[in-house]
Each structure stands twice: as C-alpha cells, then as structure tokens.
Design a protein around this ligand. Structure first.
Ligand SMILES: C[S@@+](CC[C@H](N)C(=O)[O-])C[C@H]1O[C@@H](n2cnc3c(N)ncnc32)[C@H](O)[C@@H]1O
Ligand SMILES: [Zn+2]
Length: 497
C-alpha cells in the first residue's frame, strides 16, 4: 500500500511531521522525543540499510529472507517508518521504546503510514527495556540493530553485540561528546572502559573510544567487530559495524586496541597497541606489547598523558563505502541530506588509515606564529619525504575541516613548522620561554628551506573541499529530553543518559 494514498489529517492533539517518505503524528504535549536536526542521522541510516540489504542479499543468495531490524530506542518511530517505506528487502521491524507514551505514538504512526497490515515489512511496536529485549533475543537474533540513545549507548552495548546475527549490522549513535572528547576521563572510563584525554583530534578519539567499547564487549562472547563507517558529525558520532563470531579472531582484539600517549605541550601522539601478532609456520600467535614509550615528549620535552585503550584498527571499510556512495548518488529527492552525505562519504574514501589527525590551527597556535596555509603544510610534508627518500601520505579527515591525517612521523610535521617560522613567521614575542614553541624551535631536525615550497605539487584530491555540513537548522543540538513522567525508570535505572 502506498503511504501517500492513505494520507489523513492529524487528529486533535497531534501535528504531522514529514521526513523522507514518512509522515508521522507528533503529539502537542511534550511527552515523546523528536529531534528535527537528526534528519542527517536518519537519512544516513536509511542509506546504510539499503546498502546493507543489497550486500546481505548478495552474500546469502537464495537463503536471504529479508532483514530483521530492531530500532531499540524508537521514540516516535519516525526512523522505523522511514526504514519500512524507503528500504526494500526488510522482513520485519521491531519498534521498541520504554516509554508507554512513545509506544502509543509508534502504534499510531504505524497505522498513519498505512503499515498496520503490512506483511512486507511486518512492523512490530514493542514496549520494553531495550536491554531486556536484546538480551532475550541473543539466540533469535536481528540482522540489524539501530541504537540512538540520549547521550551514551554504553548500557546497551553488552546486550546489543549478542542480539545481532552473524555478519549483522549495528548502527550506534553517541551524543555524549564532552565525555568522549576527553573532558571527563573518569566518567569516560566508567562508561566506555577507556580514558579520553584532551586532544585536537578529539572527534576521532570519540570514534575510537566507542569502537573500542564495542570490540571489547563483543570479544567477551567470542565475537568481533568490523567497522564499515565511523562518522563524526556536528554534536555526535555514529558508527556502523558488522559483528562476527570467531574464537580465533577475538584473540587478535588486543592488537586492535592501543594506549595513545599524548604530549601535554605539543599534543603529538604515539600509539602503543595492547598486543601484537606473530606468525610462524602459518600459525598466528598473540603477545603482550613490550615497549614502554618515551616520556617526556621527544619533540618538546613536556610530560605526556595517556588515553585509551582506543580502537586503533580501520575506521571504515573501502568496499562498503563504495556501496554507500552508490546509495548516496542514487538517493531519491526525499533524502535531503545528500549534499552533506556525499561530502562525508567521499572524504572518508580518501582518508588515510593512520590514526588521529593534526588540526592545522592547533599547530599554528602551538608555534604562536602566523597562520599556515593547508597546502603549504601538505607540500612541506611531501617535500620532506622527497628529501629523506621516504614515502609519506597525507589526507583530509571528515572529522575536522582543518585537520590532516598523515603517516609521516611527528618530527616531520615539526620540521615543516620550524621551516615556516624561519621563513618569516616568527614565534610571537608574547610567548613565554618555557612554552612548547621555544622548545620545538630548539629541537634538532631537518632544516631545509625547500620545506616551504609554494610550487611543490600536491595531489588535487587533498585540497578539494566537499561540503560536509548542511545549513544548520534553527534548533541545533542533541535535543531536549521529554518530560520525566514519559520515561518510567526501570528498577536498575537502565535509562540511557
Ligand atoms: C534519542 S531518543 C530516540 C530517537 C529516535 N531513534 C529517532 O530517530 O527519532 C531515545 C529514546 O530512547 C528511549 N529509551 C531510553 N531508555 C530506554 C531503555 N532502557 N529501553 C528502551 N527505550 C529507552 C526514550 O524513551 C527515547 O524515546
Ligand atoms: Zn611535545
């Protein structure tokens, strides 16, 4: 049945909200959560489900029976309505929320969108604690679980990683960016089992903390994750991972987690994986890492702090990004976030796997010198490689518009910054004698005027800026919690916050 043909007026006490192909009823009373600016998140999720359905169909061939989807924290059910109306090959969608008010609205919306008698997909509104529901479905699993909490997803992670089918998909949002960005290391450890620190690459740190928490939880039941897309957007992150079971592979999880040593002066970082793999006669064995890292910082002699354990494996999967790009390029007009999503996916496709990034403004701020054009830093690093007879790569990052990822050593970055200072951009006189800038200037390294070469060729792709963000809606942010009464707190207070 075509939802558009069943369009009705909103009953008293409700208004109609349109998004994608869905039209939902939203109550005038402040009891159920809806955040208009998360349309980007929902558009992204719809396209991911479309890509995943095709992938799953291709992998499973005749055995494919359509995706069994769970929206664990559904609020109005808008996201599920969009899945039902916009993604082919969904067998069923369980649309769950703890709040009775929300589930009443979900039921109305299933009806309002003409999906009440639908057999493809079957829409199943459900009231319950998402943890209990997912725990109870650890044998009869879902192909896809979408988790979109207020703040942190961590209370749901243990049950979620076990309620998803072999090779199934998890889509997880975190909006507690203050915690993930290193402002509250104690809270971060309590929730995610990792300490965050203050770093200019805080958005990538957030992604790596979340992936680390998923990987660690999955490993407890012999499961492991493969990240497909890890996205930092505005005030939140969203990760998309597949989950598999393998007693052999989980032994390697320690090699995908690392402590990151960050300098408190120049913020250079170094990753120290928790384990490493050795292969002998075709057999892989895993060992604890040995090398303690240098402290103080080799570049500016300031003390170092430690963050982690963070995921240090890939953030994205190149093959999957191609599928997602196709979905973005072929998206219907109803998906309004296409320009921004195209920018994200293309930038992610170019991103180096090297962990973390430099924020250009932070480098200039540390040196207390005049602003350095991004092209000049990239050219400087490539020229450094040329002089040294090495190969370095540089890329943009979707997580920071003025950020650069590189596999060049940090020393090379500071060599280029020193050359910039020496080429007529001196350290400010206001900068105290103990500041990292003076120590960095005094550190030995490659001194060569060719490091500042405005003519040095730089690959086109690094410089072209894809639009990453759409104009911000009026009310921008994670959204306001509904009134307390709408959310019954379970006995163990298992409500995400
Ligand atoms: C951020 S909203 C979800 C928004 C929705 N996914 C969307 O795209 O519009 C979070 C929802 O989680 C629900 N919730 C919070 N804790 C829960 C729990 N333990 N189990 C089930 N639902 C819960 C809240 O009632 C709220 O409706
Ligand atoms: Zn330093």
């Amino acid at each position: 049945m075509d939802a558009q043909e069943t369009v009705r007026e909103a009953p008293a006490g409700f208004r109609v909200i349109e998004e994608g192909k869905a039209r939902i009823l939203f109550p005038d009373t402040d009891g159920v959560f809806y955040n208009p600016c998360q349309v980007f998140n929902r558009d992204f999720s719809v396209l991911n489900l479309k890509a995943f359905a095709k992938l799953r169909k291709q992998e499973q061939g005749e055995k494919f029976q359509g995706l069994k989807v769970l929206e664990a924290l559904a609020a109005t059910g808008l996201r599920s309505m969009r899945f039902a109306l916009e993604v082919p090959d969904i067998a069923s969608i369980t649309i769950n929320d703890l709040s009775p008010d929300a589930v009443d609205v979900i039921k109305k919306n299933v009806e309002f969108n003409g999906l009440a008698d639908s057999t493809s997909p079957v829409c199943i509104p459900n009231i319950g604690d998402a943890v209990d529901l997912m725990h109870s479905r650890r044998r009869d699993r879902f192909d896809v679980i979408d988790l979109d909490p207020f703040g942190s997803p961590t209370v749901f992670i243990d049950s979620m990683v076990n309620a998803v089918e072999e090779g199934g998909l998890l889509l997880v949002t975190c909006t507690d960016m203050g915690v993930l960005a290193g402002n509250h290391p104690g809270t971060c450890y309590a929730k995610y089992g990792a300490v965050g620190c203050k770093t200019p690459a805080c958005h990538e740190q957030a992604l790596r903390i979340c992936l680390g928490a998923l990987a660690t939880a999955a490993a407890r039941t012999k499961r492991h994750i493969v990240p497909l897309v890890s996205m930092s957007v505005d005030f939140y992150i969203r990760v998309v991972v597949r989950v598999y079971t393998s007693a052999a592979k989980v032994k390697g999880v320690a090699t995908q987690l690392a402590m990151f040593h960050h300098c408190t002066g120049c913020r250079a970082w170094q990753a120290s994986p928790l384990g490493h793999a050795k292969t002998k006669n075709g057999n892989v064995s895993y060992h604890a890492s040995s090398a303690p890292l240098t402290s103080p910082c080799p570049h500016c002699a300031y003390p170092q702090t430690m963050a982690g354990p963070l995921w240090c494996g890939p953030l994205h999967n190149a093959e999957y990004l191609k599928l997602l790009e196709t979905e973005v390029m072929e998206a219907p007009e109803t998906i309004k976030s296409v320009p921004g999503l195209r920018g994200y996916v293309r930038t992610m496709q170019m991103e180096l796997e090297a962990p973390m990034y430099f924020a250009l403004d932070f480098l200039v701020g540390t040196m207390h010198c005049s602003s350095l054009p991004r092209r000049t830093l990239i050219a400087g690093l490539l020229s450094h490689a040329n002089i040294r007879g090495e190969t370095y790569h540089v890329s943009k990052t979707h997580a920071c518009p003025r950020g650069l990822k590189t596999d060049a050593p940090h020393a090379a970055v500071w060599d280029v910054m020193r050359a910039w200072v020496l080429s007529g951009n001196p350290v400010s006189k206001k900068c105290g004698p103990e500041a990292p800038a003076h120590r960095l200037m005094a550190t030995e390294g490659l001194v060569d005027p060719k490091l500042i070469d405005f003519e040095f060729p730089v690959p086109e792709g690094i410089l072209c800026d894809e639009p990453l963000h759409l104009p911000k809606p009026e009310r921008w942010g994670p959204g306001k919690l509904p009134k307390k009464k709408a959310l019954p707190v379970t006995s163990d207070k298992r409500v995400a916050e």
